[in-house]
Design a protein around this ligand. Structure first.
Ligand code: PMP
Ligand code: GLN
Length: 405
């Protein structure tokens, strides 16, 4: 068969998955770093602090609502934009937590996870290779892949150890009249940083100056440790050009349900919906009323998950420090970054695939989230996920300490 042409190759290349088979077998496509590291944990029996997914179920009411929806027959296609009840609950949620008003009919779209919202938004807003998308590096893996799939050019702004806040001059240099989208992720995966207000203000101001759209991925919005989350869209002048994306996966510990959403001005939502309907058409029917029930849970639930995540993050941080690693100070999300250079590690990728897994813990090298040109700057850094039961984190810490000795 002839070599299969198409955008897949560009996409795989954008994601850093395209390799040439050293034995001459042609092009090889790797799987995502998350799939790879979870498989490594499976093979070695190591504790999986690599792929970020919780090891406990979410709220019983939410799980029950999905079971109930299946029993009631919510098993056929949902309406394209999402069921009215969920769109209403999302609009209420944005008002309740952030004072943001959205018309559930036209300014809210339900998607198949935040992943689909991101992909649809980029495919919808990009016209061609002269369009640039500015992302903060290291970045969540699907960003570079989707920018490549959409055929745009990726421009990155580095976030540097240990606080991972962007330099505002570097940010201003990256955004130009070619910038179509500034893609923000806050709280940030993989670093756990929360952007300072002045960073968000600069993003909004640059978006105005260069007529760019802000796409803000806020899937960890309810997992902040020091202060309530501040959406970009809540800043003055931002709402009119911001698409806010989130998901029920992290908030309700239902990462397998793949219910996400986008909120924003009707014109942008129409653009995203136009693409979304040809990607998945609609999103999982019985999960939609369940996520609606979750979004309506009392404040105590949301405060509780933030406090729980903060505690887990602290337990993980202490364990890493006790094993002799320098650790960043995450302010939200599932993730903590550690510098393994104190253990003599110069190549965290080899370390994670080799000695660390042998020591019984799987984590992800930060180089998996950066462009090839910047790998050297992140070479000794490792991302650990704290979204696990405390006894699992304790056991991981014990294994790391034994390794370090
Ligand atoms: N964005 C970020 C920053 C993430 O960490 C994730 C991973 N869960 C996603 C998007 C994807 O979310 P979903 O599972 O809802 O598609
Ligand atoms: N968001 C999770 C992480 O960053 C997992 C996402 C995935 O497996 N695609 O670890």
């Amino acid at each position: 068969m002839r070599d299969v042409a198409g955008a897949w190759r560009r996409t795989a290349e954008g994601a850093g998955l395209l390799r040439t088979d050293p034995s001459g077998g042609g092009v090889v496509v790797g799987s995502t770093i998350f799939a790879e590291m979870t498989a490594l944990a499976g093979r070695t029996g190591a504790i999986n602090l690599g792929q970020g997914f919780p090891d406990e179920d979410g709220p019983a009411e939410v799980l029950e609502a999905a079971r109930d929806a299946i029993a009631r027959g919510a098993n056929q296609y949902a309406p394209g934009p999402g069921i009215p009840e969920l769109r209403q609950a999302i609009a209420e949620h944005q008002q309740r937590f952030y004072g943001l008003g959205h018309d559930p009919d036209g300014e809210v779209l339900v998607t198949t996870g935040a992943t689909e919202a991101l992909a649809s938004a980029l495919l919808a807003l990009i016209d061609g290779p002269e369009d640039e998308v500015v992302v903060f590096e290291p970045y969540y893996d699907s960003y570079a892949a989707c920018v490549a799939l959409a055929g745009a050019t990726l421009r990155t702004v580095p976030l540097r150890w240990p606080d991972f806040q962007p330099d505002l001059d570097e940010l201003a240099d990256a955004v130009t009249d070619r910038t179509r989208v500034i893609l923000v992720n806050n709280p940030h995966n993989p670093t756990g940083t929360v952007f300072e207000r002045r960073v968000l203000e600069e993003i909004v101001s640059l978006a105005h100056l260069h007529d760019a759209v802000v796409v803000s991925d806020e899937v960890y919005e309810h997992l902040t440790f020091d202060a309530p989350h501040l959406p970009v869209a809540a800043l003055p002048g931002a709402a009119e050009r911001t698409l806010t994306i989130s998901s029920g996966g992290k908030t309700f510990r239902t990462t397998g349900w793949k219910i996400g959403w986008a909120c924003g001005p009707a014109e942008l939502i129409t653009a995203v919906q136009t693409v979304k309907q040809f990607l998945t058409y609609t999103s999982g029917s019985p999960f939609q009323p369940a996520i609606a029930a979750g979004l309506r849970l009392p404040d105590a639930f949301f405060a509780g998950i933030a406090a729980d995540m903060k505690r887990k993050s602290e337990i993980l941080g202490e364990g890493l420090r006790a094993a002799g690693l320098a650790v960043s100070a995450p302010r939200g999300s599932y993730f903590t970054v550690a510098d393994a250079s104190s253990l003599g590690v110069a190549d965290a990728d080899a370390f994670c695939r080799g000695e660390l897994a042998q020591a019984g813990v799987v984590a992800i090298p930060l180089t998996a989230f950066v462009t090839p040109e910047r790998r050297a700057e992140y070479a000794s850094l490792v991302r650990f996920a704290a979204c696990k039961r405390t006894e699992v984190l304790d056991e991981a810490a014990a294994r790391l300490a034994a390794y370090a000795r």
